[in-house]
Design a binder for this molecule. Structure first.
Ligand SMILES: C[S@@+](CC[C@H](N)C(=O)[O-])C[C@H]1O[C@@H](n2cnc3c(N)ncnc32)[C@H](O)[C@@H]1O
Length: 495
């Protein structure tokens, strides 16, 4: 039996049964089987050969790529794959054993989505897995379903969704919110997006085309985007260093400090990463630090800082001067901030394990600027973390909103008069973002919104983000082909 597919099956089973995160499980596999970077091809081949001989069950790079592809793909497309299973199965999804269900999902994913794998190979490997993880009956059942799945038919349905949606929208009176429920259900089934997320977006006032766009952009492979550490190097120098490490550069980022790379396996094993020349970060996640606009002599609080992607950018923008206090509620996560700061050569960050929702008198009006990158549902980063679609529920919105408001209420008291606060999330629901800020402002008349258009125009040499500005005060970025989804706004304390 093919080892890669069996490992993929075990990971998928764990994700579903134990609510485990796919990226963590995949990293475990990659780290256990890592072939060190920096070796030349001959050395790598020898290392790999030795490894295979030592442990016949060892996985090579090709196996790891297939495992990542299957785990990521099945997790992303789970709902659509289940729709295909429903079409051919007499047994209801809920009644199928989790092992067999995941064997069906991973085999159908290969048949429908992976062009390089012949259908016969996907079917045979699926049947082999069923022999080990099922019983006699389930082997015949898996075999019968997989043989019936028709790649062309399924691709046709998925590829036509955009066209169908455009046609349907012509008859759809979105202004009156009189939309056809069936359209949204089709979008859900064809883009593997849970209906509750689609309904939330509809309630936020988005039209069907925009929702479809968001759903489709939640399924694409994210950019590999890195932020140059200007304390140690600069963008041009880093590009040369990366090229010497055989990394392919795709293009410069939208933001001056960013570079977009071609797919890199094991980016964290590159010497340039270990030496702290860059941080892996989506471009939109770099924006809160730029919009905060920290100055060299200021005292800054980052209330929810781990793993430190934004804290370290603030430190770099301050050229390692001033003072940054970085809170996180979890001790093990605070350590991540410390490790990242050390790797990047930053020494103006102090960390503290602290619950940012609980008021402490000692911090009252102590900070010139505050970043609140609060915990959120993460609906903007689905292309990186597809598991979120299956782990979060509609009911979670209320709970997270409560925590976000508590953190905002508490930390706003830590701001000096005249100080500025940036609130950001990697979620796209208005309840976690704009509505929450509007509620806060109605209770706290001493805070005012800052116009982001002026800041973005002045600090960013690109029009890209201006398109996502609402009323010049709220930056509502929905996931798109360049970046994740994100929300940012800035408040000033007037009295
Ligand atoms: C969105 S993440 C922050 C990402 C970080 N700003 C970055 O750019 O790398 C939210 C963080 O908030 C932390 N957190 C959750 N509840 C908290 C609380 N009550 N007080 C402080 N930190 C909290 C989580 O542990 C998590 O690390």
């Amino acid at each position: 039996m093919d080892k890669a597919r069996e490992v993929a099956l075990k990971i998928l089973y764990k994700i579903e049964k134990e609510n485990a995160y796919s990226n963590i499980l995949l990293n475990d596999v990659i780290n256990k089987n890592k072939i060190e970077k920096g070796l030349n091809k001959k050395e790598k081949d020898k290392r790999e050969k030795d490894k295979r001989e030592k442990d016949k069950k060892g996985l090579n790079n090709k196996d790891i790529s297939l495992i990542s592809e299957i785990v990521y793909g099945v997790t992303t497309w789970r709902l659509t794959l289940d729709e295909i299973i429903k079409k051919y199965s007499k047994i209801r999804i809920k009644k199928i054993s989790p092992w067999i269900l995941n064997i069906l999902r991973l085999s159908i994913y290969q048949i429908v989505f992976l062009d390089k794998i012949p259908k016969s190979a996907a079917v045979n490997e699926g049947v082999n897995l069923a022999k080990k993880y099922g019983n006699k009956g389930s082997v015949g059942y898996v075999n019968a379903i997989l043989r019936k799945v028709d790649k062309d038919e399924e691709r046709n349905i998925l590829d036509n969704i955009k066209l169908n949606n455009n046609n349907n929208n012509n008859n759809d009176n979105d202004n009156n919110n009189n939309y056809n429920m069936k359209d949204l259900e089709t979008i859900s089934k064809c883009t593997s997006m849970p209906m509750w997320i689609i309904e939330e977006l509809k309630n936020d006032g988005l039209d069907n085309n925009k929702i479809l766009d968001i759903c489709m952009n939640s399924n694409i492979r994210p950019n590999v985007s890195i932020r140059v550490n200007n304390l140690k190097t600069n963008r041009d120098k880093l590009k040369d260093i990366l090229i010497n490490e055989n990394v392919k550069i795709k293009k410069d980022g939208i933001l001056d400090d960013f570079i977009i790379l071609d797919k890199v396996n094991g980016i964290e094993s590159l010497e340039s990463f270990k030496k702290g020349f860059f941080t892996v970060q989506d471009e939109v996640a770099g924006l809160p630090a730029i919009i905060l606009g920290p100055k060299q002599n200021e005292k800054i609080l980052d209330s929810c800082s781990s793993p430190g992607g934004k804290t370290t950018y603030i430190a770099e923008l301050m050229e390692n001067n001033g003072e940054i206090l970085a809170f996180d509620i979890h001790e093990h996560r605070v350590k991540l901030v410390e490790e990242n700061a050390k790797r990047l050569g930053i020494n103006n960050i102090k960390t503290k394990v602290e619950d940012a929702s609980i008021y402490k008198e000692e911090y009252k009006e102590k900070f010139d600027k505050i970043l609140l990158d609060v915990p959120c549902l993460g609906i903007g980063v689905l292309k990186r973390k597809p598991d979120i679609k299956w782990q979060k529920k509609r009911e979670d919105i209320e709970e997270i909103q409560k925590l976000q408001m508590e953190i905002l209420n508490t930390c706003s008291k830590y701001l000096k008069i005249g100080g500025e606060l940036v609130y950001s999330t990697c979620s796209i629901f208005k309840k976690e973002n704009r509505f929450l800020i509007e509620d806060f402002l109605s209770e706290n008349k001493n805070f005012k919104l800052v116009n982001l258009k002026d800041i973005i125009k002045k600090k960013i040499n690109n029009k890209f983000f201006l398109d996502y500005l609402k009323n010049e005060n709220f930056l509502e970025v929905y996931q798109n082909e360049n970046t994740d989804g994100f929300f940012i706004c800035k408040l000033v304390k007037c009295g």
